[in-house]
Write a protein that binds this ligand. Structure first.
Ligand code: AP5
Ligand code: MG
Length: 213
């Protein structure tokens, strides 16, 4: 099963993608997490990606596509995957589509997690992220057991550099201009499913599993 998660920054794509990955036994592939791991490790890729991410802009398609295609070519992606944060532009979606077609494959579901912009900014300021293992928390909705420490790996939790209010506003603009058109793209392919992302995360997940079966 190959799934694409769509939705604004902070809609809950990562939260839901992790639960989907666990339930269906497929890898969770997040381009944002891959970039953040590279930034943390000080790689050249990380250095380049950071210049865009800190401004809330997209990393260039060419670089992002190369990273994503490398990742999904790995053995653990053989039986499917859930993509979170990719594709994010029409050219990215077209490359993915072309590559899958060559293999006789396709995206089975594109799940759009809908959350209005007003809710997003509030959510982001409460988010805390673990840059070591990619786990995500929220100081009100999903607090860690011990404040500031990741339950899963014991690392320190941080407010992401791009979760500052001004940067979030820019990410929302970029989303509306460059990523929202993907809703039509996947609707035309008859794989689009929409879920309400404003309800409790367990209920969002229930709506998703009702779709995936
Ligand atoms: P990326 O890491 O993908 O960030 P994003 O799309 O902006 O999305 P987020 O991770 O911020 O939000 P999310 O939808 O995963 O929400 P979450 O589950 O954490 O990308 C970062 C940057 O990398 C981009 O800006 C770009 O520069 C670059 N990049 C990445 N991919 C790229 C690509 N393909 N092309 C080019 N550039 C790329 O939830 C948010 C918060 O809300 C959490 O605290 C969570 O606990 C809470 N929450 C979740 N669900 C609920 C709920 N139902 N109710 C209440 N709270 C909830
Ligand atoms: Mg995310």
């Amino acid at each position: 099963m190959k799934i694409v998660m769509l939705g604004a920054p902070g809609a809950g794509k990562g939260t839901q993608a992790k639960m989907i990955a666990e339930k269906y036994g497929i890898p969770h592939v997040s381009t944002g997490d891959i970039f953040r791991a590279n930034i943390k490790n000080g790689t050249d890729l990380g250095k380049e990606a950071k210049t865009y991410m800190d401004k809330g802009e997209l990393v260039p398609d060419e670089l992002t596509v190369r990273i994503l295609l490398d990742r999904v070519a790995q053995e653990d992606c053989k039986n499917g995957y859930v993509l979170d944060g990719f594709p994010r532009t029409i050219p990215q979606a077209e490359v993915l589509d072309t590559e899958l077609t060559k293999l006789g494959e396709k995206i089975d579901y594109a799940i759009n997690v809908e959350v209005p912009d007003e809710n997003i900014i509030k959510r982001m300021s409460g988010r805390r992220a673990c840059l070591s293992c990619g786990a995500t928390y929220h100081i009100e909705h999903v607090p860690p057991k011990k404040e500031g420490i990741c339950d899963k790996c014991g690392s320190e939790l941080v407010l992401r550099d791009d979760d500052k209010e001004e940067t979030v506003k820019n990410r929302l603009n970029v989303y509306h201009q460059q990523t929202q058109p993907l809703i039509d793209f996947y609707n035309n392919k008859k794989v689009l499913k929409e879920v309400d992302g404003t309800v409790d995360m367990k209920d969002v997940f229930k709506a998703i599993t009702d779709i995936l079966g």
